[in-house]
Every structure is written in C-alpha cells, then in structure tokens.
Design a protein around this ligand. Structure first.
Ligand code: GCO
Ligand code: MG
Length: 402
C-alpha cells in the first residue's frame, strides 16, 4: 500500500480547523487534526508546502519511521508548528492502520484499561452565585468533574468565562483583542468561589481550576495553599512553564495538585516536570504534541513518576483530535481526566464521529480506525476566517501572559 494523495483542508464551521486527509492507492483514507489556534495557516502551509510532497509514495504502515523522518528530517526540531504538522500525519496513519486491521485504534494500543474516559466540563459565569447554576447543569448532565471559572470583581473580562452558555471561544478578532489583568484582585477573589462551590456540591464532585499561566511561582504557591481546604483535583497552568524548576517553589508550599502542558509540544518540554514529580497531571495533546505516537511516549514517561494524563480538549482541538485522544485515554494505565468542551453543532456536522458522551464518560468509537471523518463538501461551505487569541495587559499597561 502506498500514500497516493494528502489534502490539507482548512475550514471554519464556527471556528477555524485544519485537517489532513491522507489517501492510499487502495482507497483507504485517514484523518489527522492540524489545528493550532490563531496560527492555522502556518501549519497548513508547513504541511502543504513541506510535508505532503514527501509523503506521496510512502508506505502508510510505517508510522514510527515516518514520524522520525519528519522530526529528524526537518533539521529544525520541535516547536508548535512542526509538531502539529507531524501530529496530523501520525494521527492519520494510525487511522489508516486501524482501518486496514479492521480494529478501533485503542485495540492497536493494547486494548481497554477502563470502561469509559472520565471527562470534565467547563462551568463559567460572571460571578459566584451564577456559576453555581452552571455547575449544577453539568452535574445534571452526569459530569463527575467540573472546571470552575468566574469573572473577577473590578476586571471587565476574565479568561475562561464564556459569552454563550456551554460554548467558549476566546479567538474573537483578526487582530488580537486586549484584556486587562490584576493578580491582586484575582487572588483575593478565587478562593471564595471554591469555598462556595464546595459547600453547595459537597465532597464528591471533582473541581478544577485553570490559572492560564498568569502567576509567579510564589503567587501560585499562595493560591494553591488558599485552595487546599476546597480539595481541588487540580490547579492548571499556575505559571508559564518555560522555567520548569520554578515549580519546585510551588511544590514546597502546597498540596493542591498541579496540571500543566497544553502548550507543550514534546516530551522534552515536560521532562523535568515529570521526572522531578513537580506536576501531577500532564495535559499535552495528540494534535500539539506529535500525534498518538509521541503522546504515548510522554504518558509512558509520566507513568513511571506517578504523573497521570489530563489532556487538553478545548473546542479549538477538532473532533479528530478528540477521537484520537479517546483511543489513548482508554488504553493507557495512567489516565487521569480528559477535558471535554462540547463542539458546536456545525463543527460536529463537518466532522462526523461515533464517540459519545454517557453519564460523565466519553466512549471511543468501536469502528475500525479512529471513527471520525471530515465531510469535505460541507467543510467547503465554511471558509477560513482570520481569528487570533487575545492579548493581556496589567492595569498599568504592562504586557502579561494571556
Ligand atoms: C483549556 C485552555 C483553552 C485555551 C485554548 C487556546 O484549558 O481549555 O486553557 O481554553 O485557552 O485552547 O487555544
Ligand atoms: Mg488551560
């Protein structure tokens, strides 16, 4: 079998997605997500201009060799654009391998290690009282874990607080919109939200919170300590993680578990965090961390150090990525949690899939391969629209992490 064609499909059914579809000479096809929020066309060009020509004629069964070819062969290793492009190829080749074998991909990864993939949903609202209603909606839907984000008194907008109920999309303008941030206001407010939510919902519900890289290590240490009585499952991205040793400081002060990794692309981005046991959950994804092959390598390293998976699953990761994530999640020994932000109906229609939500769990498809596809004719009805993530400034105008 040979790769005959590979198409890069850019579409915007509610938001932008980049998808790679690989076609073999025997008519078997495979799909991979290649979406990098706000930088979509960079990956589309990387694939179309630099990767696709080298794929034509290759044996689609050689997944590992193709991964190494694209990684070592690019010379310029790592980085989000390269690793997202490699991920798309890797994911599509696993899809093809599953279809050729007549098995869902999780069977090729060792089979089920659990009955379902526990997911967490996003409850967000402008203030504490209204977020209680949102948490209750997720509990009614059967969710066992809920991420809670609220507005901060004195700030006009806050990361993670959606405009529409159950859908959150921060990439809102071609030229980035600007938000304002105050660490003082945030730190003064957030623990009281969790006190109220825990009080209302009792000890059984798993609660999570995303700090979105906005603190310094000592500030994160204080937040973690203030949150300890409310027993969070995790505090996510407390600080920007380029300085991995900075997490030692957080660790010295708090037992609130830490989750990190949605912007990481390789095992080398999280090696120290994992081997020094500075985090509890690693949140790397199929699409941004080199595909199923490389993500499994990260999770295997994590398993040796008591670190569990907690893959990012925001709406800017397409249903193709979600389908692939579920095959890994169900098979690895050290699964923790999977983020699940529901896609819009338009997105679901463009990416027909057979994974499903049931009572707080996502269940991967039983079809051969990944069990997801792209409807190219429908995708063509939603052309690309430039959209960037916002930027963030402190109240005095200083640029801050968004
Ligand atoms: C999350 C994330 C996202 C990101 C988004 C950026 O935990 O779900 O932080 O909401 O902001 O994926 O593209
Ligand atoms: Mg996050």
């Amino acid at each position: 079998m040979k790769i005959e064609d590979a198409r890069v499909i850019v579409c915007s059914p509610g938001r932008n997605f980049v998808t790679l579809k690989i076609v073999t000479d025997e008519g078997v096809t495979g799909v991979g997500d290649a979406t990098l929020n706000g930088r979509e066309l960079a990956v589309a060009s990387y694939l179309a201009d630099h990767v696709v020509p080298a794929l034509i004629g290759r044996d689609p069964g050689r997944i590992e060799d193709t991964w190494q070819y694209l990684y070592k062969g690019s010379y310029w290793r790592r980085g989000p654009v390269t690793m997202t492009a490699i991920a798309a190829v890797d994911t599509a080749l696993w899809d093809i391998k599953g279809k050729v074998a007549g098995l869902p991909v999780y069977q090729l990864l060792g089979g089920r290690s659990r009955e379902g993939v526990t997911v967490y949903g996003h409850a967000s609202a402008p203030d504490t009282e209204s977020v209680l209603t949102e948490v209750a909606r997720y509990v009614e839907l059967g969710y066992k874990a809920v991420r809670v984000q609220t507005g901060v008194p004195g700030l006009q907008t806050t990361y993670g607080v959606g405009r529409g109920r159950m859908f959150y999309e921060p990439a809102d303008a071609a030229v980035p919109s600007e938000a304002t941030w105050s660490t003082e206001r945030y730190l003064a407010h957030t623990p009281s939200v969790f006190a109220r939510v825990r009080d209302e919902f009792g000890p059984g519900l798993r609660l999570l919170h995303d700090v979105h890289h906005r603190l310094t290590p000592i500030e994160a240490a204080r937040l973690g300590r203030d949150l300890e009585p409310h027993r969070l499952t995790w505090m996510e991205d407390p600080v920007p993680a380029e300085l991995q040793e900075g997490f030692r400081l957080i660790r010295r002060h708090t037992t609130t578990p830490i989750a990190v990794g949605e912007v990481f692309n390789t095992v080398w981005d999280c090696q120290q965090l994992i081997t020094e046991q500075l985090v509890d959950y690693i949140r790397t994804t199929v699409v941004h961390a080199g595909g199923i092959s490389h993500l499994r390598r990260i999770f295997d390293l994590a398993a040796l150090y008591h670190v569990r998976s907690g893959s990012h699953g925001a709406t800017d990761l397409s249903p193709v990525c979600m389908a692939a994530a579920l095959h890994l999640d169900i098979s690895i020994p050290n699964f923790g949690l999977q983020e699940y932000m529901r896609h819009t109906e338009e997105t679901d229609a463009v990416f027909p899939h057979s994974y499903r939500f049931e009572d707080g769990y996502l269940l991967p498809s039983e079809s051969p391969g990944l069990g997801v596809d792209i409807d190219e004719a429908l995708a063509a009805e939603y052309p690309y629209k430039p959209a960037s993530l916002p930027v963030n400034r402190l109240e005095d105008g200083t640029m801050h992490s968004w």
